[in-house]
Design a protein around this ligand. Structure first.
Ligand code: C2O
Ligand code: CU
Ligand code: CU
Length: 500
């Protein structure tokens, strides 16, 4: 059922055993027998100060694979959570009840909210407690998400199911008449990869490379559905895709070679649609795309080998190769039934996105992603099961008691992220949405020309982003910035900033 076939990455015999990695189960994934689950919509109930959303975090059991029961945790259900939907300008209260018997946190990834409401490592919700942040939605229409951010345990809690989508609408995006009937022609896809033990439980961090390279599974789940198919009813469908995996990078494309029509990034729609053969999506990133189909057509949304991190050349790049992302596998089968005709025109311009230009006095900060213990050599690093403190930024590993950066309220800053490691890292900043200025001096990619909060930084590369820190000064509550490979975040590739 589950492929246990390992891939050898051309290493020495001594290290071959620990380098064995399970590969994505291609044969199993070929069947597409299960209708895609669509997360329930949660639109809030009117309360005195706005809309109230009840989120109850509890443990449960899920059957992902036939006859196998997997212990999971979820929000208002056994695995993952409902899709929170609201509109720009709404006042929302998120009532998070922790019915687990362990602490957790709930972070609103991509949302521009006060740091005390952000749900990062400092806003712990103890077992049995309720945490109730309230804030105004002050941002553009976008696909954001929410997930556990418990210091040192984010990877494990997200793996077990603590994540969901957060959809924001606004007038500007509505006026574009894009497909927007949730679950019908506006379909969310949460991409995750998992490995299972023979008793059905998730297998996490049992393989040595997991901690350093990031966790990779051999079964792809979409919205918690293995082997998924979805039946489409309209000529044009909008897919809103979240890479909710702990570490896997997907290179998305249609198996019929037709271009994807990319319309959105993390924090907004794009300025203009981009027709692209492939879109690379790192952990934490989102992409919105349009898929046009014909009646009775069946296609697959695929993941193709990552050109960047699958190159297994030279001693330094060997680790990059081990990070995986080298396989070709189907994610979901899209089946067109008898299709209703829809308007297939598309405006040349979608939305207005702020584009800040660095000025003479614009402050640039540099964040160097590093592995402070790299000097110990592979042996020393690989022999450890946990990586606490082995991943860093600017030579330091995350500490909750150290503020790394103070950003003046109202400033526009350029953050340059440099990657000195042999692995690609998706760098994420809380609080703000940024624009990607350039990659090693080259222009940003067409699918990045919208607002973003997470950006892939390739080995040896430097990416510059620019953002405005317009609101929420608070010297006492920090925001995080970190690698969104959750095993790297948990190992300390994270830092804290305050807006003052
Ligand atoms: Cu998606 Cu700091 O998180
Ligand atoms: Cu975040
Ligand atoms: Cu990383």
């Amino acid at each position: 059922m589950i492929s246990r076939r390992g891939i050898l990455w051309g290493a020495t015999a001594a290290s071959a055993a620990i380098l064995c990695r399970p590969s994505v189960g291609l044969a199993e994934a070929g069947r597409f027998v299960n209708p895609l689950k669509i997360p329930a919509l949660l639109e809030g109930t009117p309360g005195s100060g706005g809309k109230i959303y009840d989120l109850s975090v509890a443990s449960g059991k899920s059957e992902f694979l036939p006859g196998m029961s997997t212990p999971t945790i979820g929000i208002n259900g056994p695995y993952l959570g409902p899709t929170i939907r609201c509109r720009a300008g709404d006042h929302v209260t998120l009532r998070v009840k922790n019915a687990l018997n362990e602490p957790t946190t709930m972070h609103w990834h991509g949302l521009h909210v006060p740091a005390s409401s952000d749900g990062g490592p400092h806003q712990i919700v103890e077992a049995g407690a309720i945490w109730e942040p309230s804030f105004e939605i002050k941002q553009k229409a976008s696909l954001c998400w929410y997930h556990s951010h418990l210091m040192g345990h984010t990877g494990e809690q997200v793996l077990r199911g603590l994540a969901g989508l957060f959809l924001i609408d606004d007038e500007e995006s509505r006026s574009l008449r894009l497909p927007s009937e949730y679950g019908v022609d506006d379909i969310p896809l949460i991409l995750q990869d998992r490995r299972f033990n023979s008793d059905g439980s998730f297998d996490y961090l049992s393989a040595m490379p997991d901690a350093m390279m990031g966790y990779k599974g051999n079964v792809i789940l979409v919205n918690g559905t293995a082997n998924p198919n979805v039946v489409l009813r309209r000529q044009r469908t909008r897919l809103r895709i979240l890479n909710g995996s702990n570490s896997r990078i997907y290179t998305l494309g249609r198996d019929d070679g037709v271009d994807l029509i990319v319309i959105g990034s993390d924090g907004s729609l794009l300025e203009r649609p981009a027709r692209l053969r492939r879109v690379r999506l790192g952990p934490g990133e989102r992409v919105e795309m349009l898929i046009d189909m014909q009646t009775n057509q069946t296609i697959k949304l695929m993941s193709y080998p990552d050109r960047v991190t699958s190159r297994g050349m030279g001693p330094g790049m060997m680790m990059g190769g081990m990070a995986g992302n080298a396989e070709t596998f189907p994610i979901i089968e899209l089946r067109a039934a008898q299709l209703e005709t829809t308007d297939l025109s598309l405006p040349a311009r979608l939305v207005q996105v702020p584009s800040w230009i660095p000025a003479r006095d614009t402050r640039t900060r540099t964040f160097t992603l590093d592995m402070p213990m790299m000097g110990m050599g592979m042996g020393g690093m690989m022999g450890r099961r946990t990586m606490d403190g082995l991943m860093g930024i600017n030579g330091r590993s995350m500490s909750k008691s150290r503020i790394d950066v103070q950003v003046p309220l109202g400033s526009i800053e350029v953050w340059e992220i440099r990657n000195t490691t042999p692995l690609a890292h998706p760098f994420h900043i809380h609080d703000i949405q940024f624009r990607v200025l350039d990659r090693d001096g080259d222009p940003s990619l067409p699918n990045e020309r919208g607002l973003k909060d997470t950006v892939l930084v390739d080995p040896g590369s430097a990416v510059r982003v620019i953002a405005e820190f317009a609101d929420f000064a608070d010297p006492h509550h920090p925001y995080m910035y970190h690698c969104h490979i959750l095993e790297h975040e948990d190992a300390g590739m994270m830092g804290q900033f305050v807006v003052v």
